[in-house]
Design a protein around this ligand. Structure first.
Ligand code: ADP
Length: 470
């Protein structure tokens, strides 16, 4: 039953809001919104109850010959119906007209029926409603208006108007007592109601704050959970990949060592086995070095040792070191530089520069099946140089015609354990640490690293270091 009435009420309220809502009604949740909704509820309840009460009231007026009260009663009901139907009036205007109508009605009833009629209760309810649907200040003003009404009656008592027959029972002193009591109780109720509203509003705001906090914490937790899950997934992939990466060369070393120990191996085969063992050991050493490097970086044990370094020499060194690997895959490996040897001295950490460059060239060879790899450097103007006396950068590049990297992975590959295509893990050697180490080194040298790549066409990795010639 209760829910049925609630449903009917909700539908009625919604209907009114959709068809007659004042244009400036508050739509944001919070106290102003609740106050406006309360006013609408009061207006909506007044219509059926007002009409219901109007019929017996008007009958009583006819029987007791109270024509004026009857007229004002009728006017009040008409004004409130009009107020209900008005579409383009602001909410404050509706609130004022509603309260003023009740004031006029209460004054007329007070004059004709004295305190025995419903006037004091209408005045009290009006001030409480104003407190609820407007503010404490407005409620206190309403109490002030009530006081003025009661005290004006006090001023009119000596005049002895015929209409104010009910007041003949009161002398001046009694009416002072009665009206002061009415005013005092009025003020007490308004203050009590407004402080209740204040407290409820405070706890509402507090709850909202807590809700926002909770929501934020929930989101943070969700992000942390996703990160933990991702890191878990990456670590599992890393471990799986790593055991494969270690097992393959290990098997190579053990297997070919066993073959070597067989007596009837001819010298050509022996040479071949030794080469395989050497390559496998190199691969193993490479993995161990990468793991040692990343753990040193993570525990902050890596220092930068700047010293004058000929960058051309580094290019030549990397080229000579990795040319056999490129030749083995049928790839052209070339390098270009734009400065003469005597101008190409940069104050940098040679070990790290070598590590970055060789890692990028090794990757280029690893991820290219046909074509060529070119690497080198150009001098660039540093757009955000703080030191205006040294505005140049050396921008290194390593360009290949390899498999390329999908756009959505081009940032991630610089993170630890991340490979551009996890599914492709077994296809190429590596554990996904090389670029993370290179990125940390580039940062330590004061530069940045990035990649431009088109899938199946090739990639160009770039990194910069400051050009310090001294
Ligand atoms: P890995 O040991 O797996 O090579 P890296 O950190 O060096 O680890 O590289 C991360 C991933 O970036 C690689 O797994 C590969 O998917 C991608 N990548 C790196 N260099 C290239 C390249 N030149 N061409 C295509 N993909 C590359």
């Amino acid at each position: 039953m209760q829910t049925r009435i609630n449903k009917i009420w909700d539908r009625y309220f919604q209907y009114y809001l959709e068809n007659y809502a004042p244009p400036d009604i508050n739509k944001e949740s919070g106290l102003p919104f609740l106050r406006d909704m309360l006013f609408i509820s009061v207006l909506l309840i007044t219509i059926p109850i007002g009409i219901l009460v109007y019929i017996p009231s008007i009958l009583v007026c006819i029987v007791t010959n109270q024509v004026i009260i009857g007229i004002f009663d009728t006017l009040a009901v008409l004004v409130i119906i009009l107020l209900y139907l008005l579409k383009n009036q602001s909410i404050i205007y509706k609130k004022i007209i509603y309260s003023a109508t009740l004031y006029v009605l209460a004054i007329v009833i007070l004059i004709y029926l004295g305190t025995k009629g419903p006037a004091p209760i209408i005045l009290l309810c009006n001030s409480v409603m104003i407190t609820l649907f407007e503010s404490r200040k407005a409620g206190l003003y309403a109490t002030g208006i009530n006081s003025v009404i009661y005290l004006s009656i006090l001023a009119l008592l000596p005049v002895d108007f015929e209409v104010m027959a009910f007041f003949r029972e009161y002398n001046f002193i009694t009416w002072i007592g009665v009206s002061l009591n009415l005013i005092a109780f009025n003020a007490i109720v308004v203050l009590a109601v407004s402080s209740l509203v204040d407290k409820m509003n405070k706890s509402f705001l507090e709850e909202k704050k807590l809700q926002l906090l909770l929501e934020k914490e929930r989101n943070d937790l969700l992000v942390a959970k996703q990160k933990a899950e991702q890191s878990d997934r990456l670590k599992s992939a890393f471990l799986a990949n790593m055991s494969h990466e270690i097992r393959t060369p290990m098997n190579g070393i053990l297997g070919f060592s066993a073959l070597l120990s067989e007596t009837e191996v001819d010298s050509e085969k022996r040479q071949n086995y030794i080469q395989i063992i050497e390559k496998s050991s190199e691969r193993l050493l490479n993995i161990i070095n990468e793991i040692v490097d990343i753990s040193k970086l993570e525990s902050g044990l890596v220092d930068v040792n700047l010293r004058p370094t000929c960058i051309n020499e580094q290019l030549r060194f990397v080229h000579s070191l990795l040319k056999p690997d490129a030749d083995e895959k049928g790839l052209r490996l070339s390098y270009t530089y734009s400065l003469n040897d005597n101008e190409a001295t940069v104050n940098t950490d040679v070990e790290k520069l070598y590590a970055i460059l060789s890692n990028l060239v090794k990757n280029a060879i690893k991820y290219t099946d046909h074509g060529s790899i070119d690497f080198g450097y150009v001098l660039k103007q540093n757009p955000v140089a703080e030191d205006k006396t040294d505005p140049t950068l050396v921008e290194f590049y390593v360009s290949d015609t390899g498999i390329g990297i999908p756009t959505n992975r081009q940032e991630a590959i610089f993170e630890r354990f991340i490979q551009a295509d996890i599914a492709d893990l077994q296809a190429r050697q590596g554990v996904g640490l090389g670029l993370a180490i290179a990125k940390s080194y580039v940062k330590m040298l004061g530069g940045t690293i990035w990649v431009d790549s088109i899938i199946t066409k090739g990639s160009t990795f770039y990194f910069t270091i400051p050009f310090r010639a001294d």
